[in-house]
Design a protein around this ligand. Structure first.
Ligand code: NAD
Length: 360
């Protein structure tokens, strides 16, 4: 039985970059025996235009039925005037929560060929390879009660609730320990246990769980220190696990260490390893349709899809090697071009990676 991949190109540069990832999948199917079937469905603004909703029922049904989902991006100026609840970006939040994709993996890898694209000195970031595991469906972004009220003195007051239950902490910690076990065996849990009760519980639960993973060395760090260490000496980290808001902020800071948002993949997994894979960036309306988009974040997301949902780690490595070879050959899309090498278009970059697969 072939594994089913739901392909949701979405808006803006989404269709351009997803097309390049599909080239890579097709090459693996033809040359390396990858047994997958691809099925397309609309999501985001394009779905709103054709179906009147940004997440049509058939798209959700396909996403549920598939073994993994590859997504481009959603949103753009055309739909900015819609009510918040109807906005294309909401389709992604709904997809993540309907499929209970609670574990968000954001690798920050700096290819040595791109060290000069980083905002930090080359020696601080060369060979950087960090995995941030962010809890995605709980914490302060979802906690109740939340709202804005008017106090007796007439002043407005806004409030949110940072809440984590033991089971939520356990499942994200399990996910992180397992990933750390497959990497260098080092896990750093980031919290604010010196101030927040939710973090005290977080630290207790993660520490208890550590006994089940004797091969993983667990450490803890306060989030303010983690932010500082990420820009001071980022290579001290391997896997970081943290809550929703801390992960949101730390992963964006870590992202910038690699130079371009066009290089950053992500995965959001459920307890069974099924996942939604997408580049970290958005639909980039400013460069849509010009062949300027970097497809590597989406192609790297496809490698993650093969590793984490389809259990094809060798194929994932082949893609990563092919990307490295392509960068070695000097090919650069506009966002990572810095005087050396040759600037290429979105599709030329995809062609080159697919071509390199044949030789590695
Ligand atoms: P963005 O990530 O789309 O773009 C930010 C900047 O990075 C732009 O200058 C863009 O040209 C550049 N960029 C992004 N991806 C690139 C790539 N692959 N190659 C080269 N350059 C790239 O963020 P934004 O401009 O704030 O948002 C645009 C739209 O995307 C908005 O509607 C936003 O809501 C939506 N968005 C969607 C997602 C998602 O689908 N997961 C995530 C973030 C933003």
């Amino acid at each position: 039985m072939p594994k089913k991949i739901a392909i949701l190109p979405g808006d803006g540069i989404g269709p351009e970059i997803v097309a390049e990832a599909v080239k890579v999948l097709e090459r693996l199917r033809q040359d390396c025996g990858l047994d997958v079937e691809l099925e397309y469905a609309p999501v985001g603004g394009v779905a709103y235009d054709t179906h009147g909703t940004t997440l049509p029922d058939e798209t959700l049904a396909l996403a549920r039925a598939a073994d993994a989902i590859l997504l481009g991006a959603a949103g753009g100026p055309k739909w900015d005037q819609l009510d918040t609840a109807l906005r294309p970006e909401k389709a992604l939040l709904r997809l993540r929560s309907e499929l209970v994709l609670f574990s968000n993996l954001r690798p920050t890898i700096l290819y040595p060929q791109l060290a000069d694209a980083s905002s930090l000195k080359a020696e601080v970031v060369t060979d950087l390879d960090i995995m941030i595991v962010r809890e995605l469906t709980g914490g302060i972004y979802f906690g109740q009660p939340r709202g804005v009220r008017t106090l007796e003195n007439g002043e407005r007051q806004a409030y949110n609730t940072l809440v984590y239950s033991e089971s939520e902490i356990k499942r994200i910690a399990h996910s992180a320990f397992r990933i750390a076990g497959k990497r260098s065996g080092k896990l750093c849990s980031v919290d604010k246990a010196n101030v927040l009760e939710s973090s005290v519980l977080w630290r207790e639960v993660v520490t208890e769980l550590g006994n089940e993973y004797p091969d993983v060395t667990l450490s803890h760090m306060y989030v303010d220190n983690a932010a500082m260490q990420l820009v001071r000496a980022p290579k001290q980290f391997d896997v970081i696990v943290t809550g929703n808001m801390f992960g949101d902020i730390l992963s964006d800071a870590a992202a910038m260490l690699t130079g371009s948002i066009g290089m950053l993949p992500s995965a959001s997994l459920d307890t069974q390893g099924k996942g939604l894979y997408e580049p970290v960036h958005g639909s980039a309306p400013d460069i849509t349709g010009q062949g300027l988009a970097n497809p590597l974040a989406t192609i790297l997301s496809t490698a993650m899809l093969l590793r984490y949902s389809l259990d094809e780690p060798e194929m994932a490595k082949r893609i990563e090697r092919a990307i490295s070879q392509t960068l070695d050959a000097g090919l650069r899309t506009a966002d990572i071009f810095r005087d050396v090498g040759r600037q290429v278009s979105t599709s030329e970059m995809g062609d080159a990676v697919a071509q390199a697969l044949a030789t590695n």
